[in-house]
Design a binder for this molecule. Sequence first.
Ligand SMILES: [Zn+2]
Length: 265
Amino acid sequence: MYKKIIAFSMAAMLMGSSCTTVPITGRSQLNLVSDAQMQQMSYDAYDQFMKEHKVSRDAQATAMVKRTGQRIQRAVEQYMAQNNMSDQLQGYQWEFNLIEDPQVNAWAMAGGKTVVYTGILPVAKNETGLAVVMGHEIAHAIAKHGNERMSQQLAQQFGGQTLSALAGAQPGVAQNLIMTVYGVGSGLGLLKYGRTQESEADRLGLIFMAMAGYNPQEAIPFWERMEAKSGGQAPPEFLSTHPSAGTRQADLKKHMPEAMQYYKK
Ligand SMILES: [Zn+2]
C-alpha cells in the first residue's frame, strides 16, 4: 500500500500531477495524462479499431444506437453546462457506432467515441435497455476512468514514464494499454474498471439516461438480464471486478431516487 502511494507521488512529481474531480460523485482522482493526450490516443485507437471491424448492416439497429447516443450526449452536455463543467468536454468528437460482433460488449473512450457490439442488443432488448448500456459507458468516459486506469498503470508498471515516452519507445505497448483500459476486446483481462469506477458509472449513467428521457428504472431488469446472460461469466467490459449482482442491484436502488429527479417523461 505505502509502496503504491510512493510510486504515485513520484509519478505525480515526475509528470506534473493533475487532480480532478468526478462529476456528480465528487470523488477526487489522480490523472497523470492530459485530457488532450488521452483523447488523441483514444482517437488513434478508435480509428484502428474501426478499420479492423465491420459496422452493422442493420440500418434500424444502427439508427437506434446513434439516436440513443446523441440523446445521451445532449444530456451530458446539458448536465456539464448546468454545473459549469463544460470545459471538461473540450475536444470531444462524439461518434456512436454499432459493430457486427457477437460479443456482449460496449465501450466509450475519452473524447466520446462510443461502440456498441451487436451481441449486446438482445440483452438490451429495446432502446431503453440500450440507453442503460450507453449511459453507463459514456459515464466511464465522462468520469475519466480510462485516464485514471492509464495513470495507475504508468505509475505501477512503467516506472512513472509519461505516456508519450512510452508511446515513443514502445508504441505497440501504449496502444494495447489504451485499448485495455477501455475494455476493448477480450483476453487482456488485467486492467478492467475497478469496483468504485463501476458503481460511479452506474450512478452517472442513471442520471444521464434519465435526463435523455429514458426511464432509469429499466436499469434494474437490464442488469438482471445481463447477469442471467453471463451466468457469472461476464463479457469483457462488464467482467472482472464488477460488483456482484446483489451489490449492483442494491446500489442501483440506492441511487434511483436521485436519478428519478432528472427523469421527465
Ligand atoms: Zn463498466
